[in-house]
Design a protein around this ligand. Structure first.
Ligand SMILES: O=P(O)(O)OC[C@H]1O[C@H](O)[C@H](O)[C@@H](O)[C@@H]1O
Length: 428
């Protein structure tokens, strides 16, 4: 179950404003369902769920378990939608320290030579048994031409070619069915390949092999994740009231002039999920000089840096809290004598309980300070609920963007920096 609580945002919106946005959201959802809105050729992230492909889940699971048996390190080489979803789910569902199974590392998401050189040095150090590390690499690029990813892939595969006799088992490419430089490399070297469907854009691709292979290698049950999304798809097709109210209130706040939506969480393992949301919303709504800037913050940490601004700074922000209702909280506060640190008033309370009171206090203070607040609560933090969360936000994004009158599925603006950069680098 995922609860979307909008009452602390709704208080900032008149009934008339809300009703008008709600009508727009209803119409927008119809456009998604009937595939007659702008960018309708990119709605494959819904078809994936209406017509699940169990064979691909099995194939990914099989490969992932073989990799888990042999790998010390699994590198995910991609940028934007080609790594943020996997990273979000892996961070949310694995341990902060000492993960079981292969160590999952990331590359291709920037062009720091320092990072890449140090990564390669690290790969060259022995594993815990004193042997050479066994490294697997999943390069993910829909276009197959993204410079950050392609360049990192070149350096890493050259390093791997020096270490191993055979690379075909160790390198897995996830890309479009055809075209792009990556497909040329696959043809030449015979690397393993998974396909990103043409009708699924990068930021909507976490439930394709793009996200599912790394997630499975991290030991997460991809069937639960995927079918959590399928259940959410099915329930929202029957009743989308909560989702429409969410899209409507956000749209009404945008119309009032709210310019920033801060995604916040009191669970540090959800920081990556806020990053995934940033791309999903930012690239979808930020065009034609429209949209709210999706920011992210992790509390309590950022309450001690951004909290002042949120409480009393420019009133052009709204806030979306990502919460988890039930947690296994092993740590409880015990009484101590003498009570020098003055903490005995917390005796018997779990950290989850204390953290929850911090959330309640914060949302109430920010609301009182004039910030419209939405709380999205997953009953539990597991693969099934995360799958449901992912689809919920994919759909909210599409519906809300249609309310704004923008195409949710393109990103023409990203090309501008690339053009300038390529020119400076002398690319023909
Ligand atoms: O998968 P790729 O083609 O390498 O693209 C990776 C990323 O590139 C650009 O930044 C696009 O704006 C993103 O939407 C995309 O996710």
């Amino acid at each position: 179950m995922i609860e979307v609580e909008i009452s602390r945002a709704r208080t900032f919106v008149t009934d008339q404003e809300f009703d008008s946005s709600y009508e727009k959201a209803k119409q927008a959802f119809r456009q998604v369902q009937q595939k007659d809105g702008e960018g309708a050729e990119w709605l494959g992230w819904r078809t994936l769920l209406s017509d699940p492909n169990d064979a691909i889940l099995e194939q990914l699971d099989g490969l992932a378990s073989a990799i888990r048996d042999d790998a010390d390190v699994f590198i995910v080489c991609g940028i934007g939608g080609s790594y943020l979803g996997a990273r979000a789910v892996i961070e949310a569902l694995t341990s902060f320290f000492g993960q079981e199974g292969p160590e999952v590392l990331y590359a291709g998401h920037h062009m720091s030579g320092k990072y890449l050189a140090e990564l390669i040095d690290y790969l060259g150090t022995p594993n815990s048994d004193g042997e050479a590390k066994s490294v697997y690499l999943n390069v993910i690029s829909k276009s197959g031409t993204t410079l950050e990813t392609a360049l990192s892939f070149r350096m890493l595969r050259n390093w791997m070619a020096d270490q191993y006799d055979e690379l075909n088992d160790r390198i897995i490419c996830t890309t479009s069915a055809e075209g792009g430089a990556l497909n040329k490399l696959i043809e030449e070297h015979g690397y393993q390949k998974f396909v990103i469907p043409d009708d699924v854009g990068g930021r909507f691709s976490v439930l394709t092999p793009v996200g599912l292979l790394p997630i499975a290698v991290a030991g997460i049950d991809i069937r639960s994740l995927f079918y959590g999304a399928v259940s959410k798809y099915e329930s929202l097709e029957k009743n989308a009231e909560q989702l429409l109210a969410y899209a409507a209130v956000k749209h009404a706040l945008y119309e009032q002039g709210k310019a920033i939506d801060i995604f916040t969480t009191f669970e540090p393992e959800l920081h990556g999920l806020c990053g995934w949301l940033q791309q999903l919303l930012g690239e979808s709504e930020g065009k034609d000089h429209k949209g709210m800037f999706p920011a992210k913050a992790t509390f309590s940490t950022d309450l001690h840096s951004l909290g002042q601004f949120i409480q009393e700074g420019t009133r052009n922000i709204m806030e979306t809290f990502l919460c988890v209702e039930s947690r296994n909280s092993r740590l409880k506060v015990e009484a101590q004598k003498p009570n020098h640190d003055g903490l005995n008033y917390l005796e018997g309370r779990s950290f989850h309980d204390i953290n929850s009171r911090a959330f309640e206090g914060t949302i109430s203070a920010h609301h009182e300070g004039g910030v419209p607040c939405i709380a999205v609560t997953m009953e539990k933090l597991n693969a099934q609920h995360l799958g449901a969360f992912i689809y919920l936000y994919e759909l909210v994004t599409a519906v809300y963007c249609y309310c704004l009158g923008v195409n949710p599925f393109n990103q023409p603006g990203v090309e501008f920096y690339k053009k300038e950069m390529y020119q400076l680098l002398g690319k023909q």
